[in-house]
Design a binder for this molecule. Sequence first.
Ligand code: FAD
Length: 609
Amino acid sequence: MSTLAVSPILAAPGGSFLLEARAPVEVFTPEDLNEEQRQIAATAAQFASDEILPATRAIEAKEPDAVRGLIRKLAALGFTSVEIPEQHGGMGMDKITAALITDRLSVQASFSTALGAQIGIGTLPLVWYGTQEQKSRYLPKLASGEWVGAYALSEASSGSDAMNIRASARLSQDGSHYILDGEKMWITNGGIADLFTVFAKIVETGSGPHADTGKFSAFLIERTAPGLKIGAEEHKMGIRGSSTCPLVLDHCKVPAANLLGEPGKGHHIAFNVLNIGRLKLAVACVGGARHALGHAIRYAKERVAFGKPIAEFGLIQRKISTCAARLYAAESMCYRTVGMIDAALAQLPDDHSPRETQQRIEEYAVECSILKVYGSEALSLVADELVQVMGGYGFVEEYPAERIYRDARINRIFEGTNEINRMIITGWLMKRAMNGQLPLLPAIKKLMDEVTQPPSFDSASEGGEVLAGESAILAAARKIALFAAGVASQRYMAALQDQQEVMADLADIIIEVYALESALLRARKLAASGKNLSPPVSAAASMTGLLADETISRAEQGARRILAACAEGDLLRTHLAILRRLAKFTPADTVALSRSVARHCIQLERYPL
Ligand SMILES: Cc1cc2nc3c(=O)[nH]c(=O)nc-3n(C[C@H](O)[C@H](O)[C@H](O)COP(=O)(O)OP(=O)(O)OC[C@H]3O[C@@H](n4cnc5c(N)ncnc54)[C@H](O)[C@@H]3O)c2cc1C
C-alpha cells in the first residue's frame, strides 16, 4: 500500500470515465506491478500448474478432500487470507495483490469457483460486518483453510429477485437464538462448507410460514447447527467439480450472537459483497481466458492441415487475435479498476473500519458490473474459439477444451446475471446523474448543444499522440454514449427504467467506452516505457486498434437501435445524421492488425502480455 500512497494512480470517481478522459499515468496497469507482487504472481502461477491442473481429474470426480486439500495448501502459502486483516490471522494485503492471486490461480474453473466462494463471498461479509467476537471465532479458521465458507442468498423462487427471499428468522422467547425456516438453492461449497452466511427475513413470532415482509438480515450458521440440512449435489452442465447444493432450514437454531450486522440491513451485506464478487469473477475469467487462449495457440501451431500448421491460416489468426484483444481489454479494465480501489483505500485513515473499506469499493459498483459482463463474455468467446480451433478434438472429453467450454457458461449467470448487470450499469449511472453525484446531465446537455451545431471537423485532429486514431474513436464513442443517453432520457425520463432493451444497448456502449479507454491508456503507457519495438508494446497497440474498430461499429449499431426506439420521422432522421457524423471513421486495416497480433501470440506461444 505504501507504494500507492505516493503513486499517481487516481481514485477517480466511479463512472467518471464516461465524462472525463484520463492520462496513462493515472491508471494502474499490470506492467505497474511491483517486485513483490510479481513474485507472488509467479508463486501462484507455479501452484496452478504444479498442484491445481494435475488435480483436475480428482476435482471433477469430487473426490473427497480434492478441493479442501488444495485450499489447505493454498492457506499454507497465505493465499486464502490475503483479504483477512492481520489481527485475525490473515495477510491484510492490498486488492491488487488479491486480484493477482485470483487471476493466476484461475486455471481450473471448478476449483476457482470453490476458492472464490471461500475467500470472497464466503468470508468478506464477516470481514466487513462481523463483530470482534464473530471475527475472532471464525476468521482464523477460514484463513487457515481449516474451515470452508459459503454464501447463501438465492432461493428456488428468487435468484435475480433477491430481495424477495422467503426464508424467515424468528427470535426465541428468551432472546437467546433465532429459529430459521426456509430453503436456499444453488449454494457453492454447500457440500463441504463449515460456515454459511445465510440471508433471511426477521419476522414477528407467530406470523405465517413465509417471510414476505420482515427485516432482511444475515446470519452466520455453522454446519452443525441443529435444523440445518444440506441437500443433494446438483448435476451441472459445467464446474462439475465444485459443490452446489440446496440448504434446508428446518427450525434451524442459530445463536442470537450470530446475527451478522444489523437486523433489516442484510441487503447491504448481500449486495455490497457482490461488487467485489463481480470484480473477482472477472479477474478469474481473465485467468481462465489466458489459459484457454494458450491452449488454442499451441494447438494451432502443432496441428497441420493442407500441408501447414493451421496457425498460418488467416481465419485461425483472426480467432486468436480477436480473443487476445478481448482478453487484453478485460485484463486492462480489471487492473485499472482494482488500482482505483486501492488508491481510494489508501486515502482512508490508518484506523479506518472495514465498513469504510466496503464503502470505498461500492463507489466502483458500475465498473464492477462492467467487468463482470465483459469478463464473462470474453471468456465465453475464448472458450468457444478454443473448441473451434481444435475442430473435432475440441468436442471430445479427452481434451480440456470441452470442459473449458462447459465451465465458462456459468459466469454469465451467477454473481448477478449479465442481464441484471446491464440494467445495473445504466440504472446506476442514471441514478447518480439524477442525484447530482455524477455530472452526467450537464455533459449530456453540452454534447446535445454541440451536436446540433454544424460539424467543426476537429474531432479526429488529436495528431501527434500515440494511437491518435484510436483516441479519436474513443472520444467519438464517448459522445455517442452521451448522445444516446440524452435522447433516451429526454424521451422516457424516469420511465427509462422500464425500457430494458434501450437500457441494455446503452450499457453495451458504456462497456465499450470503458474497455477501449482501459486498453488505450495501457497501450500508451507501454509505448511511453521506451520499449517501442518490443512484442508487448506492438501487440498492445495492434490489439487496441482491433478493439477501436469493434467499439465504433458496436456503438453505432447500438445507438441506431436506441434512436429508432426514441424518435420517428424528421426527428429520427436528424438524430441519425448526428450519429453518422459522430461515427464517421475510415476503417482501420483490421486484417493487418489481426495478423500482427496473431504473429506475436504464435511466436510467444501464449497471450503476448
Ligand atoms: C453453479 C451455481 C452456483 C451458484 N452459487 C451461488 C451461491 O454460492 N450463493 C447464492 O446465493 N447463489 C448462487 N447461485 C445462484 C445464482 O446467483 C442465480 O442462479 C442467479 O442469480 C440467477 O437467478 P435464477 O437462477 O433464479 O434466475 P432468474 O432470476 O429466474 O432469471 C432467469 C432469467 O431471467 C432473467 N431476468 C430475471 N430478472 C430479470 C429482470 N428484472 N430483467 C431482465 N431479465 C431478468 C435473468 O437474467 C435470466 O436470464 C448459483 C447458481 C449456480 C447455477
